[in-house]
Design a protein around this ligand. Structure first.
Ligand SMILES: [Zn+2]
Length: 237
């Protein structure tokens, strides 16, 4: 991929994230957690949502039928421990499918091509449309206007503080770590490493940093994936 292509795709993801934040604002969420089902209700019957256990076929699916949208979400993750009505991964899936509804090119594809979009959510796909819908979901569930003031109270993040904010917003630790890094006013980086390969890397937007990682070395289970080493560390500049 050229730098130019990367820029175009990153701009599209940033726009998708901003659209998610805009929808959170329009629905007047004033604190976490953001409820994606309330967003569905705000569309006044335009979206019909159904949850069921689809095993590992897909996480979510959005399709268009005679002027309405059918949003199907996989509830198999509700078998895992969680505190709210749905497991955070299910909530993220519903928010992701809302991305396909609220992002104009995605919606036009659904309406014009009459083909459903099937999704594997929460940063598990490399397809650009899926990454845009993930970015939308992150913006909707963790909008900057709610999350940034919460995380920038402290200069030193810890696993405990990130877990606490993830709980307040009812999102997975993975999602919050990625978002935390994006919104931190302080230099920080998140790396997700498995079998010696970096699966995902994020660094704070405001700083050029030297990543000093490997602060922690422990086994950590995130979603369906086993991550062998997970490193998160604030790097003081
Ligand atoms: Zn999708």
């Amino acid at each position: 991929m050229t730098n130019f292509q990367w820029r175009i795709e990153q701009d599209a993801r940033d726009a998708a994230l901003a659209r998610g934040e805009e929808i959170a604002k329009l629905n007047r969420f004033s604190a976490g957690p953001v409820d994606p089902f309330r967003v569905i209700a705000s569309e006044g019957g335009q979206i019909h949502a159904e949850g069921d256990d689809f095993r590992d076929c897909f996480d979510g699916r959005l399709s268009y039928h005679d002027g309405r949208f059918l949003l199907i979400y996989n509830i198999r993750y509700n078998a895992w421990s969680h505190s709210g009505t749905h497991h955070p991964k299910v909530r993220f899936t519903v928010a992701h499918e809302l991305g396909h509804y609220y992002l104009d090119p995605h919606r036009e594809f659904l309406v014009n091509r009459r083909k459903p979009i099937e999704s594997f959510t929460e940063f598990e796909s490399n397809k650009q449309v899926e990454r845009e819908a993930d970015a939308f979901a992150a913006g909707l569930l963790m909008p900057e206007y709610l999350v940034a003031p919460r995380i920038n109270r402290q200069t030193q993040a810890s696993t405990a503080s990130i877990k606490q904010v993830a709980k307040e917003f009812d999102v997975s630790l993975t999602s919050m770590m990625v978002r935390w890094t994006q919104l931190s006013d302080f230099p920080c980086a998140t790396l997700c490493i498995r079998n010696e390969h970096i699966l995902r890397a994020e660094s704070a937007r405001l700083h050029s940093i030297v990543i000093k990682c490997m602060a922690f070395r422990f086994r950590f289970v995130i979603g369906t994936q086993r991550v062998d080493r997970f490193a998160f560390r604030l790097v003081n500049s």
